[in-house]
Ligand binder design. Structure first.
Ligand SMILES: C[S@@+](CC[C@H](N)C(=O)[O-])C[C@H]1O[C@@H](n2cnc3c(N)ncnc32)[C@H](O)[C@@H]1O
Ligand SMILES: [Zn+2]
Length: 355
């Protein structure tokens, strides 16, 4: 956690914010480990005497999440998981623990997202003609269609391993906060921020992974930070951000409408929102009754998802999300690498909205 980000963004306690609508700022109460401007381990306190919640900063990532006890108990393995093992030791663990276990799921997530976000910077991938990954390509396409430069901090919702946050800061010259709930991905992003090194297991086949480690100095590193926050319960005053990006996460949240409402509330006037989504609905992430389309094909939109999002961003619609309207939209190709012989292909609906 970068001290300038904490001071500029003034996070508030997410528990007190939802309980009574009041804002109670957090303070840095105890620092156990610091590296220059980066707080690596610390405790943040809620300043409300009736609450006094504690939020830890672990491996450089502050966890500012309402139900912090539940998050820590559900993610205890991911948080306590060592990331300093040699490649050979990691592979022995991978063989013994086997496929489908949390250990393997963590490696698979890191493999797919780190390859897409940073593969173009890896000298071993394609040193002659490095192609940017799908996320970088789509983000730049979206930013090309935004007329006015934002003035104020930007938020990258569901940032995963963080390249979109760095790209946003490079392009817009503003402070950027990447938020996600996946701790191993945030830890990787935070490590890159502090060390300039990308380090991840790239899946080859089955539970066989090759360690990738290379230098990737990000020119905008001072302007970027990564926090663990729930995009549906952001710990900030309304109107804190001049722009928001959410790449492929609308279909990963429990309630896409609540997510869009929270996104709109976080934005100030004349802000932008970039939302990309392949509408790859699953009951595990989003209960079917909360999907945008994807069911009820006898209804007015024949079950289409893109038209439901269009209605939500149309101020004249009865279902309109307050304060957010559609500016541009397009279809974009998106690939997710599964392993060396498998890549999933998506068509993502890219929407640029304004406040
Ligand atoms: C499909 S991934 C997309 C990652 C990245 N934006 C990209 O396009 O490469 C969705 C991300 O959203 C995150 N996510 C899901 N629900 C979230 C929530 N409620 N708050 C914050 N992040 C969330 C997941 O952990 C995951 O990293
Ligand atoms: Zn509180």
């Amino acid at each position: 956690m970068q001290i300038p980000h904490f001071e500029a963004l003034q996070p508030v306690c997410p528990v007190c914010k939802t309980a009574n609508g009041q804002l109670h700022p957090l303070v840095i109460a105890q620092v156990a480990k610091q590296e220059g401007p980066h707080i690596v381990e610390a405790v943040l306190h809620c300043t409300n005497a009736a609450c006094k919640r504690e939020y830890p900063v672990i491996d450089g990532v502050p966890l500012i999440i309402s139900d912090i006890r539940r998050y820590l108990s559900e993610n205890a393995f991911q948080i306590a998981l060592r990331d300093d093992l040699s490649e050979v030791m990691e592979s022995i663990l991978g063989d013994c623990i086997g496929p489908g276990a949390i250990f393997d799921i963590v490696r698979q997530h890191l493999s797919s997202y780190a390859w897409d976000h940073y593969g173009d910077l890896d000298p071993m991938e394609d040193p002659i003609d490095p192609e940017p990954g799908a996320m970088t390509r789509v983000l730049h396409t979206a930013l090309d269609s935004i007329a006015d430069d934002p003035e104020g901090p930007l938020i990258d919702l569901g940032c995963s391993v963080g390249r979109s946050s760095f790209d946003l800061a490079d392009r817009c010259g503003q402070m950027v906060l990447g938020v996600d709930l996946n701790f191993p991905m945030l830890r990787m992003a935070s490590q890159l921020l502090r060390t300039g090194i990308v380090r991840y297991p790239r899946r080859r086949v089955g539970v066989v992974y090759d360690r990738r480690e290379f230098s990737a100095e990000m020119p905008s590193a001072k302007m970027v930070d990564f926090w663990a926050c729930d995009a549906l319960a952001l710990p900030f005053a309304d109107g804190s951000f001049a722009g928001a990006v959410s790449m492929n996460m609308l279909d990963c949240v429990a309630s896409p409408v609540d997510f869009l409402v929270a996104l709109a509330r976080s934005l100030c006037e004349r802000a932008f929102a970039i939302v990309a989504c392949p509408y790859d609905w699953s009951n595990a992430a989003t209960p079917m009754e909360h999907w945008l389309g994807g069911h009820s094909q006898r209804g007015p939109d024949d079950g289409a998802s893109d038209s439901v999002l269009r209605h939500l961003l149309d101020p004249s619609s009865v279902h309109a999300i307050d304060g957010l309207h559609l500016l541009h939209e397009m279809e974009v190709d998106w690939q997710v690498r599964v392993h060396a012989r498998s890549t999933m292909s998506y068509k993502s609906h890219l929407v640029i909205a304004g406040t």
